[in-house]
Write a protein that binds this ligand. Structure first.
Ligand code: AMP
Ligand code: ZN
Ligand code: FE
Ligand code: FE
Length: 281
């Protein structure tokens, strides 16, 4: 069983647990090294740091940023960022501001499809955290328009969904720079997310490495053994760091467990040794 989980979300973005509850769950499940990687925000980290004081658990500061790469939404993880960096925080604020616009556009589309939900309902689900599509999905479920998250994304919110709206986000090269400027290590999150094959992912890696990418999220909650071995191959080919995590979101992704993903996730401890070395920690 994996004692390392470097990809989790709290209710400061689209996870269902508070940072304190997440840290306590991680400890219960035997995790020793945890990273919280909320979308576009580090605001959950101070609470988590406070919560780990009482536990034999190490918290790695992290974030997951949305970017655009070759016309696709691409997620970049950042580890060991300096949370207090004012330039970084200002950049995050700008990135988050594009989210509400997009929600309005999606709700307009839903309206034309005779699916009536309001911004207030979505904001209520999101609470004070970064708002996103999973919060719309939750409202769709609660109001009986869909049975679950999967259906919400397939029918409405995903790239092939009827109410999909692209969000304007910076190019991957720029996001990589933001992370590097804040002293962090940029890692490509869940390669193959948008259904790219191995050859296409290899081409993307080559370009992203030239732009400053340092590693690949080789181990992931839903990856098959074959995907992991392809990723390891790519990491070796490009001399990249490897990381891994479940992408735990609590009830927003009910099939993913912390530490184990869909059951077989196992992040090797060498991952942390290399990541620490790279970060000089
Ligand atoms: P947003 O931040 O609004 O772009 O929403 C992106 C988040 O939605 C991802 O990080 C996932 O948590 C979730 N998500 C994206 N696609 C799916 C899907 N097909 N099924 C379930 N959740 C998804
Ligand atoms: Zn998410
Ligand atoms: Fe992601
Ligand atoms: Fe994630």
């Amino acid at each position: 069983m994996s004692r390392i989980d470097l990809h989790t979300h709290t209710n400061f973005s689209d996870g269902s647990l508070s940072p304190t509850a997440l840290v306590e769950l991680a400890h219960q499940k035997g995790i020793k090294i945890l990273s919280i990687t909320d979308h576009d925000t580090t605001e959950g980290l101070p609470e988590a740091m406070e919560a780990i004081q009482r536990l034999p658990l190490e918290l790695i500061p992290g974030i997951e940023l949305s970017s655009e790469f070759q016309g696709q939404e691409t997620h970049i993880l950042g580890y060991f960022i300096d949370l207090a960096d004012p330039q970084f925080q200002a950049r995050l604020e700008r990135l988050r501001s594009t989210r509400l616009d997009r929600i309005h556009h999606i709700l307009d589309r839903l309206h034309t499809l005779h699916v009536e939900i309001t911004t207030a309902e979505v904001e209520h689900v999101a609470g004070s955290g970064t708002i996103g599509r999973p919060h719309i999905a939750q409202v769709l479920i609660e109001k009986g328009h869909v049975k679950g998250m999967k259906e919400a994304f397939e029918r409405f919110l995903g790239v092939r969904g009827a109410a999909y709206v692209r969000r304007m986000v910076p190019e991957a090269a720029e996001i990589i720079t933001w992370i590097t400027d804040a002293g962090g290590i940029p890692i490509l999150a869940h390669p193959y997310w948008e259904g790219l094959n191995a050859a296409e992912t290899g081409v993307s890696c080559r370009i992203l490495v030239d732009q400053g990418l340092r590693g690949l999220e080789v181990f992931y909650g839903t990856f098959s053994a074959r995907q992991i071995s392809l990723n390891l191959h790519l990491a070796r080919q490009f001399g990249l760091l490897t990381t891994g995590g479940s992408d735990f979101h609590g009830t927003f992704k009910p099939d993913i467990s912390i530490g184990t993903g869909r059951g077989s996730l196992n992040v090797p401890s060498t991952v942390m040794d290399h990541l620490r070395q790279a970060a000089g920690r």
